[in-house]
Design a protein. Sequence first.
Length: 266
Amino acid sequence: MNISKFFSKADDEKPLDVVKDDGGFTCIFRTIAVIGDSLASGDLESMDFGGPKEYHDYFDISWGQYLARMSGTTVYNFSRGNMTASEYVNSFADSMGYWDKEKAAQAYILALGCNDLDKRDLPVGSTADIDPDWHRNAPTFAGYFAKIIQRYREIQPDGVFFLVTMPVEPEPFVPADLEVRYMEHRKLMYELAECFSNTYVIDLTEYGPAHDAEFREIFYTGGHLNSAGYYLIAKMIGSYIDYIVRHNIRAFNQSGLIGTPYKYCE
């Protein structure tokens, strides 16, 4: 039997060229925590006959839970609609007990930024805003976002982090100036991946589909993803993690020991 088919890759393979129905190597992480906003929370939009719009978080149809069912792993929704990185570190995570050691995961998927850059108009910032002592990080998106990584790194020193960039949303769905800030966000994700160990980028800006009119007609209801949309994102996230693992196979050979007292050191 040729075992290379389980991890081999074409020289020109792109992250989403191979779509996994079961999440592929995502299953090597037995626990995954998803930190995010409405798009990580299975948020659905409703409106009764021209009345006010309402928004509802349904974790069961979030892409994290679709991914959990695909891959057989456990996924925690550390998320809520309208969440920002600043609110997460300043109040939300504390109030929900998400810093508790008992809730430590082997892997963390961070998908934040839309509300920070749009609704809160927070400066994107840079890695210069990060201090080894996270209490001293600057009050920029970079400073708050990095603080999330730093705090979970203290809780789970060998944990793996996946940082998600935002999809392209052309005008009229997102103003051109905001789309520029989304590209700054993407650049920051790559800089943070260089700054922190065991940290990788899930680049949906470059490799995911644009959320244009055609995409929205199928995968949106109102201004948010629908169930089919969340399912599609789950397949993309799982396939992207599988790609990352296959392209860095030796870096993940002790994933099963994350969160245990043990390591394999020759």
